[in-house]
Design a protein around this ligand. Structure first.
Ligand code: UT7
Length: 329
């Protein structure tokens, strides 16, 4: 019997309507369109506006459209893995909230926190439930409302991040398509360089933590850049080598969208030519857990059955990794 792989059988995404351009940012902080474009490749990002709306509210339209596309009901979903760094609440899990909102009554679920590598880790984890035969329909959702933890007075971070969400459905595949291999890594000594200082159990929210801006995302950009540019490129090259894949064997490189310079370095390191690198950072910025599923969603019509895709990501923690998958439809 041929091995069962976990294949992506549907993908969809959602980005909010509000477009925050570099020019609008120029009116908010001391920055300019040229600096942002040259240093990051970002021109605009989407922001979820509206009282009481959280990450799950972006997941709902993405998942509902995905289910419609695949022609299945929410009650057929067996497991939801919600990859996010901006859950609706500290608890309960956003996966549970999403299940309730879409009417998925026959599933269990959990949130996965691995910052910008979250969706990659979720895809690898979800695949295990398919490969083992435990489940036949697993939903992996990746999304963040980054605007909920960004200080729009801090020019070092507010220019980078945006809001957005995407989702994929994993199902068994006996034709050799689906997730073939993954390399996943983490290094907790990266903590000081990218984190949210207060709001967790170490430093619960107080008036003082609010006054000290400790609930915003903190990033030491230069240090994170150095780690990201080396590790994301290396791990993508490593998974190609271990699967005997030459640059020409790769139909699409799908990198986390953190900085165009990091994406370019990964393309150079893997040898994949520019026209086969999936990039939408200029329109969405860094949506953290949303970048990879949003890329898959936007490029879905260009992928062909059997295409070799290399996904790669790097994020706070530090966390990083790569997945080799064969597109299934
Ligand atoms: O996705 C999770 C992982 N995160 C990442 O991968 C992000 C990695 N880091 C980066 O992408 C980059 O480090 C940034 C885009 C955050 C910053 O770019 P950089 O080339 O590393 O700039 P820098 O922090 O070294 O700053 C260079 C200069 C500084 O001025 P001086 O000291 O040279 O006078 C900054 O104060 O640019 C200044 N600067 C700005 N100028 C205009 C910093 N932010 C801005 C800004 N507009 N928004």
């Amino acid at each position: 019997m041929s091995k069962i792989h976990a294949a992506i059988t549907a993908v969809h995404g959602y980005v909010p309507d509000y477009v925050l351009t570099n020019h609008e940012l120029e009116t908010m902080v001391d920055t300019n369109d040229e600096w942002i474009t040259i240093r990051t490749g970002i021109k605009e990002r989407r922001i979820l506006k509206g009282e009481g709306l959280g990450t799950s509210d972006m997941a709902v339209p993405a998942v509902q459209a995905l289910l419609k596309k695949r022609g299945i009901g929410a009650d057929e979903i067996e497991l939801i893995i919600f990859c996010t760094s901006t859950p609706d609440r500290v608890f309960p899990a956003t996966a549970n909230i999403l299940a309730d909102k879409i009417g998925a009554k026959n599933c269990w679920g959990y949130d996965l926190q691995a910052t910008c590598s979250g969706f990659l880790f979720g895809l690898a984890t979800g695949s295990q439930f398919i490969e083992s035969g435990k489940h036949k329909k697993v939903l992996v959702v990746g999304g963040d409302k980054m605007s909920s933890m960004i200080n729009y007075k801090d020019r070092a971070t507010c220019i980078i991040f945006g809001d957005g969400c995407g989702a994929v459905l994993l199902e068994p595949n006996a034709e050799g398509n689906g997730v073939i291999d993954s390399i996943l890594k983490s290094d907790g000594s990266g903590l000081p360089f990218l984190n949210q200082q207060a709001g967790g159990s170490v430093k619960p929210a107080t008036h003082e933590t609010i006054d000290a801006n400790e609930h915003y995302l903190y990033q030491e950009g230069k240090t994170v850049f150095k780690f990201a540019v080396n590790n994301m490129a290396d791990v993508a090259a490593e998974i190609m080598e271990r699967n005997n894949l030459a640059p020409d064997d790769i139909a699409w490189l799908v990198p986390h969208q953190a900085n165009k310079r990091i994406i370019d370095a990964t393309a150079v390191r893997t040898g994949v030519s520019e026209d086969r690198v999936v990039i939408n950072i200029e329109r969405f910025g860094n949506t953290t857990n949303g970048t990879l599923p949003l890329c898959l969603w936007e490029w879905e019509n260009k992928f062909k059955k059997g295409d070799n895709l290399i996904l790669a990501a790097f994020g706070g923690g530090f966390t990083w990794g790569s997945i080799y998958l064969k597109w299934a439809y």
